[in-house]
Design a protein around this ligand. Structure first.
Ligand SMILES: C[S@@+](CC[C@H](N)C(=O)[O-])C[C@H]1O[C@@H](n2cnc3c(N)ncnc32)[C@H](O)[C@@H]1O
Length: 267
């Protein structure tokens, strides 16, 4: 089993500083707004629909929103019937804002718990949650340590769903290189080796998005900004659904949605 050690602890401190003092999340959103076709492309709309399908009926379930940021997802989980939502994040600023937005929406205090907590060593009891969900969090963490911790807090047969960026697409690599302020020093989009490691510890059913459409949407955002739902992106979406059946191409996508079942023999 992977261990929490000094390297992880130093990493978490750097991550906290990046978010609390430099608002990396805010900068990331600002950079993405310069390429609006990426987030409005048919491919990303399809991905959002697929993610929503995992969480449209959470009636009676206990959900953990890992790296909850400002808590938009946590709020949606409560609105979708979750009995209890825990939102954890390393940034005090984001947690304050998450707490405020959920309280303002009128949910009683005993239905949610937003707090500053490190995803590598959580205060929750074993088998506390039916689902663990996160957007863009695993690639900020030590994967081996955090995945072991996620398995610990999940109920037997529980599910974990994560939307994460992938490392291998050359154009997206250049984009990341050119926008350093929009990311923290330690974050690392998932590599082929990371995907293989996840595969060896979970029952996995992944879906991939943005192989063709992400680089094209960056170009059309600059070249034809008014034309948001252009035919090029619709064609790209059709094309990449064909290409994404080819396993070797999957890591070249922009995002993976990891749909993970906790194996029964996990510790
Ligand atoms: C890319 S942001 C995503 C935030 C949110 N899920 C969203 O979609 O807006 C990554 C988040 O992970 C949080 N984070 C980073 N390291 C963490 C850790 N060790 N434990 C808990 N949260 C962490 C950051 O503070 C940040 O809010």
């Amino acid at each position: 089993m992977a261990n929490y050690n000094r390297n992880v602890s130093e990493r978490v401190n750097r991550e906290r500083e990046a978010h609390d003092e430099h608002d990396v999340l805010g900068e990331n959103i600002r950079v993405k707004q310069r390429f609006p076709h990426v987030s409005s492309s048919p491919t990303i709309m399809r991905m959002e629909k697929d993610i929503l399908a995992f969480t449209d009926n959470l009636k009676g379930l206990r959900i953990l929103d890992l790296g909850c940021g400002h808590g938009e997802q946590s709020l949606r989980f409560l609105q979708n019937g979750a009995a209890f939502v825990a939102g954890i994040d390393i940034s005090m600023n984001y947690i304050d804002s998450a707490r405020q937005s959920i309280s303002e929406a009128g949910f009683p205090e005993n239905t949610f718990h937003c707090c500053v907590m490190d995803a590598h060593q959580m205060d929750f009891e074993d088998h506390s949650f039916d689902m663990v969900i996160g957007r863009g969090i695993l690639h900020h963490l030590d994967l081996a340590v955090s995945l072991a911790e996620i398995q610990r807090v999940l109920k037997v047969g529980g599910r974990a769903v994560f939307m994460e960026p992938l490392a291998a697409n050359p154009l997206l690599k250049v984009f990341r290189y050119l926008t350093p302020k929009a990311r923290s020093m330690d974050e690392k989009p998932l590599s082929i080796q990371d995907l293989a490691m996840i595969d060896s510890h979970w029952q996995v059913n992944n879906t991939y998005y943005g192989l063709v459409s992400a680089p094209l949407a960056m170009c059309t955002s600059l070249l034809m900004p008014e034309n948001t739902t252009n035919a090029i992106l619709r064609f790209a979406d059709w094309l990449e659904q064909k290409f994404n059946h080819i396993k070797i191409l999957q890591p070249l996508n922009q995002y993976v949605v990891l749909n993970l079942m906790r194996p029964k023999d996990a510790l």
